[in-house]
Write a protein that binds this ligand. Structure first.
Ligand code: TEU
Ligand code: CA
Length: 552
């Protein structure tokens, strides 16, 4: 079995993980000092978001030099030492690589600005003539506004994200080879794999037509574009195939059918994809910035559908509640106060018992919550600031705009990691680059001191996945329970069967579980309440109750 199927991936957002030199910004030394904590939790792969040299307009997703570490995080020597120590402790390192675009501060782009039409790098980016003094087409940036920015002499470059993130031209053979050489360099150094940022956007349909259908405009012409499979097969052959590495494609506009095409072993593209469909069930009218109560039934339907289709197609799933672009999961689908611990544990159990590779985003393991920042000037995220101005300019009132931002802003997940009850939660001795979240009582030190804390629940789930082949290879089956707030499923391997019951509601919920009449439970494997009976056919579940039974 591939090693990454068994492992749990922990995502580190370095800027906000641990500051070692007290400049308010997390760094490599900080990560290194916390390896024992991560080891204790039991995770096996550390995915670290970009630490390459960057002007940090999009917190490192705007890379200026793929070959160097940003001084704010440390040096290449420090990075090598981190990899070495992690390996000595049995931890693997997954790099985050951004090859859909570079920063406009990258040497290639700067060469174009300097040498204009003489630059040999003009073909590395997507540069088009304007359309009678206007942009080449009507495509929009994911962060708001046009996706085109004037270059010089009436031409424009494409940027699907910020204006400082210029899209690379994957049609250019030379560009592709340079990217593969660079990726090989990191693997030679000893890193264990890549998370590939927005990788299914790299192949653009070449006629660059106007678009009135997708949102943002243009998306259907580049998401899963015409040459995407060809490019990924080439990347696999040129890079991944030479190392026992893991490759995770972050992809938007995904369906399970498409996911199978990318992850089926015979496709030889990527090992798994990271996608978001189930994390849109609290958007009103598909507008991320206007919230509605989460539609749990829809979420269960989506996740269930992915489990079934991916397994049937022999692909592989990523199991994800949160990352650095998403609000905190407990704020979103759980309870911030009364049932904080119960709901955080339930959410953990649901994900970790599904088939796939689970991800934990830093702080999730202690149930960290949304930031609670209510002034726009407390926000740093470029997307949030752009959206704020765009919406205010459209005449939407400030309170309504802030309501959406407080709930959805990416900064919700980016406030510094809370280690202890000291100033700045032990993240730093000085005011951090982004304000601390409002709920300072939730921190690692308090979590570790309480044997019933959600931290130990995650620890136990991670260990269960190491010990029980059933959780890795076992078949997933949906079980009817006649209650929309409840998700029941089984995992089966040979003659072993586990029943997983989860209540997503903050109320007591009754349900009839449509499992075989003769099935009986003989053991509770894990639960978020201490006293469970062994009845598995009819249950009155307590708020956010979650139980895993062994079935005989
Ligand atoms: O994210 C792309 C993505 O799929 C979105 O979640 C995105 O963050 C945004 O919310 C769309 O409106 C990746 C990175 O994870 C993100 O941090 C970067 O900003 C983005 O790509 C560009 O590199
Ligand atoms: Ca620092």
């Amino acid at each position: 079995m591939e090693w990454w199927k068994k492992s749990c991936i922990y995502q580190i957002y370095p800027k906000s993980f641990q500051d070692s030199n007290h400049d308010g910004i997390g760094d490599i030394e900080g990560i290194r000092s916390r390896l024992p904590y991560l080891k204790k939790l039991g995770v096996e792969i550390l995915w670290i978001t970009p630490m390459y040299a960057s002007p940090q307009k999009d917190n490192g997703y705007d890379i200026a030099d793929y070959y160097s570490i940003d001084p704010m995080f440390g040096t290449m020597e420090k990075f090598d030492q981190l990899v070495k120590e992690a390996h000595e402790m049995g931890l693997k390192i997954m790099m985050d690589i951004v090859v859909n675009h570079t920063s406009t501060q990258h040497a290639w782009f700067k060469d174009i600005l300097k040498n204009k039409d003489k630059s040999k790098y003009k073909d590395y980016y997507i540069i088009k003539e304007g359309n009678q003094g206007k942009t080449p087409n009507n495509w929009e940036s994911m962060f708001g506004g046009s996706a085109w920015e004037p270059l010089y002499d009436g031409s424009y470059y494409l940027h699907l994200f910020d204006v400082t993130q210029a899209d690379l031209n994957w049609e250019c053979d030379e560009l592709r080879s340079e990217i593969y050489v660079m990726m090989n360099m990191w693997l030679k150094k000893g890193v264990d794999g890549f998370r590939l940022d927005v990788i299914n956007l790299i192949s653009k349909q070449q006629d660059f037509l106007d678009d009135e259908i997708s949102s943002p405009k243009g998306k259907r012409f580049y998401a899963n574009g015409p040459r995407i499979h060809e490019f990924l097969k080439e990347m696999n052959k040129e890079v991944f195939a030479h190392y026992p590495c893991v490759s995770v494609g972050e992809m938007m506009s995904m369906t399970p059918e498409k996911a199978v095409e990318y992850t089926h072993p015979s496709s030889e593209e990527v090992d798994m994809i990271f996608s978001f469909k189930h994390l849109k069930v609290d958007f009103a009218n598909e507008d991320r910035w206007t919230r509605q109560p989460a539609n749990i039934k829809e979420m269960i339907t989506i996740l269930n559908d992915w489990q079934i289709s991916i397994n049937e197609g022999n692909g592989w799933n990523s199991l994800v509640w949160s990352n650095h672009d998403q609000p905190r999961v407990v704020s979103r689908f759980g309870s911030e106060y009364e049932y904080h611990q119960e709901s955080a544990k339930m959410l953990a159990t649901v994900m970790h018992c599904l088939k796939g590779t689970p991800y934990i985003y830093q702080g999730e393991e202690i149930g960290m919550l949304n930031a609670g920042l209510n002034e726009i000037n407390q926000y740093k995220d470029i997307e949030t600031l752009n959206i704020y101005h765009e919406r205010i300019n459209k005449g939407i009132n400030h309170e309504k705009v802030m309501d959406g931002i407080m709930y959805q802003s990416r900064d919700n997940a980016r406030t510094p990691m809370q280690w202890n009850l000291k100033d700045y939660s032990g993240f730093s001795n000085v005011q951090p680059w982004l304000e601390m979240g409002k709920r300072k009582d939730i921190c690692v030190e308090s979590a570790l001191a309480d044997k019933n804390n959600v931290f130990y629940h995650y620890q136990k789930l991670i260990q269960l996945r190491k010990d029980e082949e059933l959780l890795i290879e076992g078949e997933y089956t949906y079980i009817e329970s006649n209650n929309d707030h409840v998700w029941v499923y089984t995992r089966t391997l040979k003659d072993k069967k586990w029943l997983v019951i989860n209540n997503f509601s903050d109320q007591k919920e009754n349900c009839t579980i449509e499992i075989n009449e003769q099935d009986k439970a003989n053991e509770v494997i894990i639960s978020n309440y201490l006293d469970n009976d062994l009845d598995i056919h009819f249950k009155t579940l307590r708020p956010y109750e979650s139980i895993v039974y062994n079935i005989i």
